[in-house]
Design a protein around this ligand. Structure first.
Ligand SMILES: [Cu+2]
Length: 162
């Protein structure tokens, strides 16, 4: 009984601590130098596996304003073809599909792009082994272009996007 109570207090304390350490969401500036209603955190890119040329990128976008926005397109100097993918079930099998028409982010909502969920695929790319960051320009319907520096990550070094 006592142990259970201590346990609950410990959970409550860690929840409070976690709440305190979460960084405040800062609005991103677009490439024209204007503040936007979007916060973009933890942009990253996983370089292609040896012998492959497709990289995977991810980040979290939070709409901290009161207008819905839409991620339309992503570009980067490292690739001519970057696609947003989602998973759909087709006859009991999960398959990747390209997202057409962009992804909407409603006010107060977050959109997380990462492996195993909606994700970004960077085709026909080479990322030098000594590269630390890769620029990704995210084109939004309302916010305009926002260029982020995606940190190069490797297996076992994934950011916590939740
Ligand atoms: Cu994909």
């Amino acid at each position: 009984m006592i142990n259970k109570r201590v346990f609950i207090i410990a959970i409550a304390a860690s929840a409070i601590l976690a709440g305190c350490t979460k960084p405040a969401l800062t609005p991103a500036q677009n490439d024209a130098g204007q503040l936007t209603q979007l916060s973009i955190s933890q942009p990253y890119i996983i370089p292609p596996f040896p012998g492959r040329d497709t990289a995977l990128a991810g980040f979290k976008i939070t709409n901290i304003g009161d207008t819905a926005d839409r991620l339309l397109f992503i570009s980067s100097p490292v690739s001519e073809r970057i696609e947003t993918h989602t998973h759909i079930e087709d006859g009991g099998v999960m398959k990747m599909r390209r997202v057409e028409g962009g992804l909407e982010i409603k006010p107060g909502q977050s959109l997380t792009l990462k492996r195993g969920a909606d994700h970004i695929m960077v085709f026909e790319t080479t990322i030098a082994a000594d590269t630390d960051t890769v620029p990704l320009t995210l084109q939004f319907e309302v916010a305009g272009d926002i260029t982020v520096q995606a940190k190069v990550r490797h297996e076992g070094d994934m950011p916590d996007l939740d």
